[in-house]
Design a binder for this molecule. Structure first.
Ligand code: ARG
Length: 591
């Protein structure tokens, strides 16, 4: 995602900076910006791998080159040793002092030492995007969870994040639906609804939607009446608009329930649905035609692409205006991208939408570039994701073949979490158990999604999600709660970190891993891949376990060592808490 700010405050970044400036002296000036390829290493703390490929390009001996670079490194007192190894690696071993003073620095900083990105951008994230009058499905669940995590990480990185919930709230289907409702009067737009009723009302809407669709597909006269209704809707006819408003409000109440259950950042103000762009569509169509980006073809206004052809070998167009004058999904997206770039002044626009819409976005982005709606400086990206599968490995549906109701799915996860929690803590009150169960159950669902590489499909398996073993949200929450309870055994005053103490290998490993958080967050920004953060937290929890087994805290050999170990526990707990929070997952102190 464009140029990325390199954090300057992780030890890895400091080492990289030192090696790079030595390289700028040791390498010919024709070789700027070569990547030293610094990686964590088992033999030393870091390993510089890049010298071999650079030496090959320069036609010199890699060991000699590595030696040259090492010689040019400006050693700050006691920071690290650099050693040429093997065919031309450079091993970097940090001093204990450097690591411990970094631990102290992070612990004393309320951002745990994580810098903001060097360039603050305006980032629009289009996510969640359920459709009015329809049940939200698991695809919308993924978009909501991934989008929420990206919004959190990017905000934490110092960017201005503008959330856009591109609701499907406009289109010809509303003519059909409103007409059906008027003729069947199953819904009264002015009636009061209590919150408990909302989720059954959306089911009513969903059911009616299907009934309307059935009629539409079988009764040509109903089709005629529905078409007229679309015209009334577009013309702003009062009765029609009232019904439309009622349907939208009903659906939004339902979405609100899902968002509350999920505890995501989305608010009413973020709901900028397709209808918002309605008034811009005529102008966009005229403009695209005037710019010759779109051309008339069989009555329709289309944008063509050399490389996009159908199975018959003919080009597949992006349709801006149908032959009957109507606009569709694509036109709205063209108006939206222009609005986001020109009015919202976005530097980056992310679309968190399932991978089946890849071609649509490819065409929209390309058309928008040709029309000048986005220039070279604006980064647009389809943050695509795979499907959620049922236990049978097929797309997730109920037995009757319906979409699975999200509320039911989430409630089920919370309910099972409550059972597990009560089994483990029989004397917990019902109220507290439920509170914890919400954090664990929802956290489990979110983590299962965010811990898989987003482009992959995954199986929705609540039992696995809630398991305390393996890479699960519950495992991480327990790891965090366990460290909190360890810390409770010590005095509440903050530990004093002494940097003149010799560190054990498990302490070094833990401290260095904790130190990598800013780099991980930068990588999440660069790739829009929250799973990098999830894997990091999992590794952190694991590494902590080894540390805790091998480095006793309570029975530490000396009070100084004990204090340092307490500091490591505390920093690990805070890192887990922050990391989970950035994934949108709560980290209760006790479980
Ligand atoms: N509402 C659409 C759907 O359910 C997704 C919208 C994605 N966003 C966009 N700007 N097209 O498939």
């Amino acid at each position: 995602m464009g140029e990325i700010a390199k954090p300057v405050s992780s030890l890895g970044a400091i080492v990289e900076g030192m090696v790079k400036s030595a390289m700028s002296v040791a390498l010919p000036p024709t070789f700027p910006n070569a990547d030293p390829e610094i990686r964590r290493s088992e033999r030393a703390d870091f390993q510089v791998n890049g010298m071999m490929s650079i030496a090959k390009k320069l036609g010199v001996n890699p060991r000699v080159l590595a030696g040259d670079v090492v010689e040019k490194i400006k050693l700050q007192d006691q920071f690290a040793t650099f050693e040429v190894a093997g065919p031309g690696f450079i091993n970097v071993t940090l001093s204990d002092q450097a690591i411990l003073s970094q631990v102290a620095f992070r612990l004393g900083d309320d951002r745990l030492g994580c810098p903001t990105a060097s360039k603050n951008k305006t980032i629009v994230i289009d996510y969640s995007q359920p459709n009015i009058a329809k049940e939200m499905h698991v695809g919308h669940l993924r978009s909501t969870i991934i989008g929420d995590s990206l919004a959190r990480v990017l905000t934490f990185r110092g960017h201005k994040v503008i959330r856009q919930n591109h609701l499907g709230d406009w289109g010809t289907q509303f003519g059909m639906l409103i007409q059906y409702l008027l003729e069947n009067e199953e819904i009264n737009p002015t009636k009061e609804t209590s919150t408990e009723k909302v989720s059954s009302d959306i089911s009513d809407l969903n059911r009616m939607y299907r009934a309307a669709r059935e009629l539409f597909d079988s009764d040509p006269e109903f089709v005629q009446r529905s078409r007229k209704r679309v015209v009334s809707l577009q013309a702003g006819d009062e009765e029609t608009i009232d019904h439309w408003n009622a349907i939208v409000a009903e659906s939004k109440r339902y979405f609100r329930q899902v968002y509350d259950r999920l505890n995501v950042l989305l608010t009413e103000e973020d709901a900028v649905g397709e209808s918002f762009y309605n008034s811009m569509l005529d102008e966009v169509a005229l403009d695209l035609e005037a710019r010759n980006v779109a051309v008339r073809s069989q009555g329709a206004l289309c944008v063509f692409f050399d490389d996009i052809v159908g199975p018959d070998g003919n080009q597949v167009p992006l349709i801006v205006q149908k032959a009957d004058g109507g606009y569709g999904y694509a036109t709205t997206d063209l108006a939206a991208i222009r609005y986001r770039a020109k009015t919202l002044q976005a530097d980056v626009i992310l679309y968190v939408v399932d991978s089946r819409q890849a071609l649509h976005f490819k065409m929209v982005f390309e058309a928008a570039r040709r029309a000048g709606y986005i220039d070279d400086k604006v980064v647009v990206s389809h943050v695509s994701f795979g499907s959620v599968l049922g236990p049978d490995g097929r797309p997730f549906k109920t037995r009757a073949g319906d979409v699975v109701r999200l509320i039911a799915l989430l409630d089920d996860a919370v309910d099972r979490a409550r059972q597990t929690i009560l089994e483990k803590n029989p004397d917990l009150g019902e109220g507290e158990a439920l509170l914890l169960a919400r954090e664990v159950g929802i956290g489990a669902v979110k983590y299962a999604d965010l811990s898989t590489s987003r482009t992959r499909d995954y199986i929705f398996d609540v039992d696995r999600m809630l398991s305390l073993q393996g890479n699960t949200g519950a495992y991480l929450q327990y790891a965090h709660a366990r460290i909190c309870s360890i810390l409770n055994k010590f005095s509440s005053s903050p530990p004093i970190v002494r940097d003149d103490v010799v560190m054990e290998p498990p302490e070094r490993r833990l401290a260095l891993l904790v130190d990598g958080l800013p780099d991980v967050l930068a990588a999440v920004e660069e790739t829009s891949e929250p799973h990098k953060l999830a894997s990091y937290l999992y590794e952190l929890a694991h590494t902590f376990t080894t540390f805790y087994e091998q480095c006793p805290v309570l029975r530490a050999p000396s009070e100084t060592i004990r204090q340092n170990r307490v500091a490591l526990c505390e920093l690990t707990a805070k890192t887990l808490e922050l990391g989970l929070h950035l994934l949108g997952i709560d980290a209760p102190n006790r479980l």
